[in-house]
Design a protein around this ligand. Structure first.
Ligand code: ATP
Length: 895
């Protein structure tokens, strides 16, 4: 059916609905009949294919090659256990691939699940009442109410519209907003119809009411979306970093392997033995468990952030957050509570009236500061003018709309104001750009227009004012100055001030000024601490607000924000880029009366200064700035759908403090990844050293390849993960942000991993091996022990040398720069579990026969185990000392 060609009555009839909307049971039945209003937008991943891809990664191919070589070696010299090694290596490939796949799958799922949490609510009229429902519950026949910033949830024909402009770029590519009107449209194709709202498009400005006729896949958007191909994914910086790390380590592994292959081959070992030897070294060097551990750490961090009310849309932003150097935040709702209370009215005649009561409570008194005579009637009309010009509503089942307006309505209710006989004609909506709104009414054959907005906007539009005798008088300079002075006075006390005026006719000019309202919006209590934290953490906070400069500055000072300079939107616009860039470099600027478009410029200039910018926004016009910023942050409750879509992170509670919490998590995960990469690298040395020594010395093989795998994939993995989930360090917010170009795998990680901790572990492994052999009466150069129990016991000692050091290593690496004694013993549950499992593992290696057979180990009598003791202790204490000596060199926050 061509719904857009129908007039209002026909349409309502055809959809079997009414102006009051569907009743609830009917809506339920239709939902069952039509199904939920959703489109499967992304093609489902082929998980089987993804799983097999894991076997084609470079690491996997290397190991597969090693397995094949082992089987070849078994053919060449059977009975030496090369076949077992082949199976073991192949088993390692399967375990690793499955694990990596599982992590990716889980990360996918986590992000999906988090995205589902983002509320996508639409306003509908059902059973005569306005309700906010999940967009997926929309059904044909629903009466949809839309306003600026909404993403339209379904295809609908317009019944009423107030200066309604929509952006239908997603459907037609037309980027300019187009106006929409009610009334039948004769267009042949629905896309040309001017009375239709389409799913997936957005409301640029104005508001309207529309009847839904198409949902889910029956919408125009659904038809296109099912054809659309999945967009190709771009590599995120974190992925690039992971690829870089693995490349470096792989190249190192290949180099070492290559050198030893050549040495072996030319010293007459034969091709196969030399190749196996080289491959063992490569296996020892390749950190098989690293990739999945990093992914898991990031996804754990994003879950922690979600718990702290910050939803991350892509995992990568977790790390970017750690580098944030500037937060550009708006004021209303983020810094303040957005719970407005109208505290004072200043009538244009000069009377001040305070109003008692908090929030949207309807109990409160009007207290006159001085003479009251004759002001009651003016106050009454003032409140009526305010009330009639609000879109927000206070209803039994909740409050709807803009808190500024709710505070005005609450005040009108306190004054028992009622609409006696005003019939609404037209609305001239509020936009942040206009900073005012008006509504026209008809009463007794006359037309009135009521207006409210920023004083500087309404002042030039007002020609008259109501004086203290209730007369309409020309608005002369002295009275204008009096009003401005009064407004500034209130603004300095952090009040949000709006002027209220009215006029005759339907034009937004020639107004008669009625007076001012002073509205209080208290700062959120958590913001004080959050601002102080940012200061310590070397993160600058710039406030960019649409509100008045004086109010904004007063709030900024209350919460302890440093303000060196206040600039208004107009002043900013006139300033050349170079000047503004310079100011931004050296001063904490507060931007007031800003337009959304200007945020984009500020973000770009800050970035030119080398800053990593986190920027908040909630309106449609904020979207470009949110995209431009390194971390775009949108509000979960106040944010428009468009802003949420453009953002990297969504604040569920709209709270500034949650941004700071997310930054803390971002920094934490950065250091945690450093910690476990170091941890994993450390155990590479005791895996490599035995091979190198065996090449130069006449000793039996100290560690077999399968034992290497047992360290990499067995005993290292869980403790590594546990390090990835360490809680933030106490001073994590007392240091400067992580540099944008700082790498996780930097020289410090290499130094500590390979040359310090690893070196101790290498020594531990070899001392354990040789010490045990000598104490058991072995003579240097005697290779005949190879394959005997004594040899297996000695190899077990090498393995234990490495594992015992790793046990202490994980503990000392819990903190990157501080004493690990400061970390509570039981604060990381995963670590306790990991250590318990590791101890069980050691027990099994020593005592359980099935395990011994697979891993080539044997029971070692307790009297030899003391050889192991000194090294873990040495490792622990020397790393603690290292951190202690390095500490003074750490750069302190310069703020
Ligand atoms: P922020 O940008 O920090 O969220 P804000 O909420 O004050 O601050 P806007 O919503 O853009 O920014 O409001 C700008 C100005 O418009 C306000 O200072 C006020 O003077 C005026 N204003 C706000 N809401 C209304 C409204 N509902 N009707 C008329 N004027 C309004």
């Amino acid at each position: 059916m061509q719904y857009h060609t129908l007039n209002r009555e026909e349409l309502v009839g055809a959809l079997h609905t009414a102006d009051t909307g569907l009743d609830l049971s009917e809506a339920g039945q239709r939902l069952e009949h039509y199904g939920p209003n959703e489109i499967e937008r992304k093609k489902r991943k082929n998980y089987l294919k993804e799983y097999f891809v894991q076997f084609t990664h470079f690491f996997a191919v290397l190991l597969e090659l090693a397995a094949v070589l082992s089987f070849l070696a078994d053919l060449y010299s059977p009975g030496e256990g090369y076949d077992v090694l082949g199976y073991a290596i192949f088993g390692a490939v399967v375990v690793n691939a499955t694990f990596a796949f599982w992590q990716e799958y889980k990360a996918d799922r986590t992000v999906d699940a988090l995205l589902k949490l983002i509320p996508s609510l639409v306003k509908v009229r059902r059973g005569g009442e306005i309700a906010k429902v999940d967009a997926r519950l929309l059904v044909p026949g629903d009466i949809l109410i839309v306003e600026e910033g909404d993403r339209i949830g379904a295809d609908a024909v317009i019944l009423e519209a107030n200066s309604l402009y929509v952006n239908i770029a997603t459907l037609t590519g037309e980027s300019r907003p187009v106006r929409r009107f009610p009334g039948a449209d004769r267009s042949e194709t629905i896309l040309d119809a001017k009375n239709v709202l389409f799913a997936g498009t957005t409301v640029e400005s104005g508001n309207g009411v529309a009847a839904v006729f198409g949902t889910g896949r029956n919408t125009e958007f659904g038809k296109i979306a099912s054809l659309a191909k999945e967009v190709k994914k771009r590599l995120t910086p974190m992925q690039t970093e992971i690829i870089r790390i693995t490349r470096i380590l792989t190249v190192a592994a290949l180099l070492v392997g290559g050198v030893f292959f050549l040495l072996g081959f030319f010293s007459g070992q034969g091709f196969l033995i030399a190749a196996i030897f080289a491959l063992s070294l490569i296996v020892a060097n390749v950190p098989e468990g690293m990739l999945p551990t990093i992914t898991l750490s990031l996804s754990l961090a994003s879950q922690n952030m979600a718990r702290r009310n910050a939803l991350i849309k892509n995992l990568d932003s977790v790390q970017t957050l750690g580098s944030a150097t500037v937060i550009c935040t708006d004021k209303t709702g983020t810094i303040t509570r957005n719970e407005m209370t109208l505290k004072e009215i200043y009538l244009a005649g000069g009377e001040t009236i305070s109003i008692t009561g908090e929030g949207y409570d309807q109990d409160g008194e009007f207290v006159f500061a001085g003479e009251r005579s004759g002001a009651d009637e003016r106050l009454h009309f003032f409140l009526l003018a305010g009330m009639l010009n609000c879109r927000a509503t206070i209803e039994e089942n909740g409050v709807f709309g803009d808190p500024t307006e709710l505070s005005i309505i609450a005040a009108a209710r306190k004054g028992r104001i009622e609409n006696n006989g005003y019939a609404k004609l037209q609305e001239f909506p509020f936009t942040s750009e206009r900073k005012m709104m008006s509504t026209s009414y008809e009463k007794g054959g006359e037309t009135f227009i009521f207006s409210k907005g920023a004083l500087e906007v309404l002042l030039p539009l007002s020609d008259y004012f109501v004086d203290d005798a209730g007369r309409v008088m020309p608005f002369d300079e002295s009275n204008r100055a009096r009003l401005v002075a009064r407004a500034e006075d209130l603004e300095r006390k952090a009040y949000r001030v709006l002027a209220v005026a009215y006029g005759r006719g339907e034009e937004e000019r020639g107004f008669i000024m009625l007076g001012l309202v002073a509205i209080m919006d208290l700062p959120r209590s958590e913001v004080f601490d959050a601002i102080a934290t940012c200061r310590r953490a070397g993160i600058r906070v710039l406030m960019l607000t649409g509100d008045n400069p004086l109010t904004a500055e007063a709030i900024a000072r209350t919460i302890g924000l440093q303000v060196d300079l206040v600039l208004t939107g107009d002043e900013t616009r006139r300033m050349p880029d170079e000047k503004l860039e310079d100011l931004l470099k050296h001063q904490n600027v507060l931007f007031a009366r800003m337009r959304s478009e200007q945020k984009l410029r500020i973000a770009s200039l800050l970035q030119r200064n080398g800053e990593v910018v986190a920027m908040t926004g909630d309106g449609v016009n904020d979207a470009p700035a949110l995209r431009k910023a390194d971390i775009g942050i949108s509000m979960g409750t106040k944010g428009t759908e468009v802003a949420k879509e453009a953002a990297d992170m969504i604040l569920l509670d709209d709270n500034f403090a949650s941004i700071v919490a997310a930054i803390e998590e971002g920094r934490t995960v950065y250091f945690n990844i450093k910690k476990f990469v170091t941890y994993i690298l450390s155990s590479n040395i005791p895996e490599i050293v035995p091979y190198i020594l065996q090449f130069f010395l006449r000793i039996p093989l100290p560690l077999s390849v399968i034992q290497i795998l047992s360290i990499d994939l067995g005993s290292d993995l869980l403790p590594g993960l546990a390090l990835g989930s360490e809680a933030p360090e106490e001073d994590i917010m007392d240091r400067p942000p992580v540099g944008k170009n700082e790498r996780i795998l930097d020289w410090e990680v290499f130094k500590r991993g390979y040359f310090f901790l690893g070196a101790i572990e290498g020594a531990a492994a070899m001392v354990a091996f040789l010490g045990f052999l000598f104490l058991s009466g072995w003579q240097y150069g005697d290779l005949s022990v190879t394959g005997t129990t004594l040899h297996r016991q000695a190899m077990t000692m090498t393995l234990l040398g490495a594992v015992s050091c790793q046990l202490f290593n994980v503990w000392t690496l819990r903190s990157w720069d501080h004493s690990s004694f400061q970390r509570g013993a039981f604060t990381n549950r995963l670590l306790i579990i990991a250590i318990a499992i590791e101890i069980l593992w050691v027990y099994a290696l020593l005592n359980v026969q099935a395990v011994q057979v697979i891993f080539n180990t044997a029971h070692v009598p307790a009297q030899y185990l003391w050889i192991l003791l000194p090294f873990p202790i040495l490792l622990f204490l020397s790393h603690e000392l290292y951190k202690y000596l390095r500490r003074p060199k750490m750069v302190k926050s310069e703020f």
